[in-house]
Design a protein around this ligand. Sequence first.
Ligand code: NAD
Ligand code: UFG
Length: 350
Amino acid sequence: MGSEEQTILVTGGAGFIGSHTVVQLLKEGFRVHIIDNLDNSVIEAVERVKELVGPQLSKKLRFHLGDLRNKDDLEKLFSQSRFDAVIHFAGLKAVGESVAYPRRYFDNNLVGTINLYEIMAKYNCKKMVFSSSATVYGQPEKIPCVEDFQLVALNPYGRTKLFLEEIARDIQKAEPDWRIILLRYFNPVGAHESGKIGEDPKGIPNNLMPYIQQVAVGRLPELNVYGHDYPTKDGTAIRDYIHVMDLADGHIAALRKLFMTDNIGCKAYNLGTGQGSSVLEMVAAFEKASGKKIPIKLCPRRPGDATVVYASTEKAEKELGWKAKYGIEEMCRDQWKWASTNPWGYQSKP
Ligand code: NAD
Ligand code: UFG
C-alpha cells in the first residue's frame, strides 16, 4: 500500500510504545514527525529508531522537542508542516503518581490533548488515533472485556483516559468530519526483536515486566508478587500481555482504517491478545527466556488491582483486520534481548 505522501504526527514518539510504532510507520512508507518533551524518554531512543530503519528511511523522520501544553510549540509545528493524521501517545501514565498529583495528570493529559484537538481543527487535520487503556474497564465484572461495556475510572490516571474518550466522542459528534479511533491497550510488554529499543522506565518500575527485567539483570534483588490469594489457577492476578510490536502494528491498521473510512465517526477498539496470563506464569516465562532465576516475595494484594482482565479481540479482528501474532514466549524473548544488551536502558551504567 503506498503511503509515500502521507505524513503522520506522532506525539510522545520517543516513548516506549511510540518509538516502536514509529519504526513500523517508517517501514510502511509513511513520513513521520515526532513531538515529545522528553519528560519520560530520551533522545537516544529516536537515534536508535534511525539506526534500526537505516539512513534512507531515517530521512523521513523528524523530531521536534515540544510540549503539548504549550500552544506555541504546537502552532510552530503545524504552521511548518501538513499532517494527514495524528497518533497521540503523549501523556503521563503512572497510576500511583496520578493519585498523589492529580493536577499534574489533568494538566498534562487533558490540557495537552485539548490543545492538540484545537490546533488540529485549526489546520484541518481531523484524523486521530488516541492511546486509551484497558483501565477504562475498571475491575470488570465480566470477561473478556468488550468495547461496549460500561466504562469506569478508578483513579485520576484512569479518569483522564475516560474523559479523553468522552471528549473525543463529543468533538466527533459536533463536527462529523473528524475520524477518531480510540485504542484500548491491555498490558504492553516486550521490545523490538533487534533489542535496540525497549521500555526504559525512570526510577523503580511500577509495572510487572520492567520490574522482572530489572531483577533479571541484577538491578533489583527480587520481585514482590502482589497477591497470591486471588481465585485464579495459581492465586496470582491475570492480565492480557501484548507484544509492543503487535501493538505498533495495531496502530498501522487503525490508521489505514481511518484513511479508508469516510464515516467512521469515533470508534473504540481493544488491542490485546485475548489470552490471560498470571503473574507467576510471566515470571516462569521470563526465567525460561533469560535463563535467570527471578527470586520472588509473596506480598499482600496491591490496592485497586483487578483479579482477571483480558480483551475480547473480535472487533479489532473484524473491523481493523488486525490480530496479535505473538505469545508470552516471544514477548519475554524480545524483552530479554533488550534487557541483556541494554541492562541500564538507554543510559550507560550510572
Ligand atoms: P511513555 O511514557 O514511554 O511515552 C509517553 C511519551 O510522551 C514520553 O516520551 C513523554 O516524554 C511524552 N510526553 C508526556 N507528556 C508530554 C507532553 N505534555 N508533551 C509532549 N510529550 C509528552 O509511555 P508509553 O508506555 O509509551 O505510553 C504511551 C501512551 O499509551 C500513553 O498515553 C499511555 O497512557 C498509554 N498507555 C500505556 C500503557 C502501558 O502500560 N505502557 C497501557 C495503556 C495505555
Ligand atoms: N505486579 C506484581 N509486582 C510488581 C508489579 C506488578 O505482582 O512489582 C502484578 C500486579 O499486581 C498485577 C500484574 O502484576 O496483578 C500486572 O501489573 P502491572 O502494573 O504491570 O499492570 P496493570 O494491569 O496493573 O496496569 C497496567 C497499567 C495501567 C493500565 C493497564 C491496562 O499500569 O495504567 O495496564 O492497560 F491501565
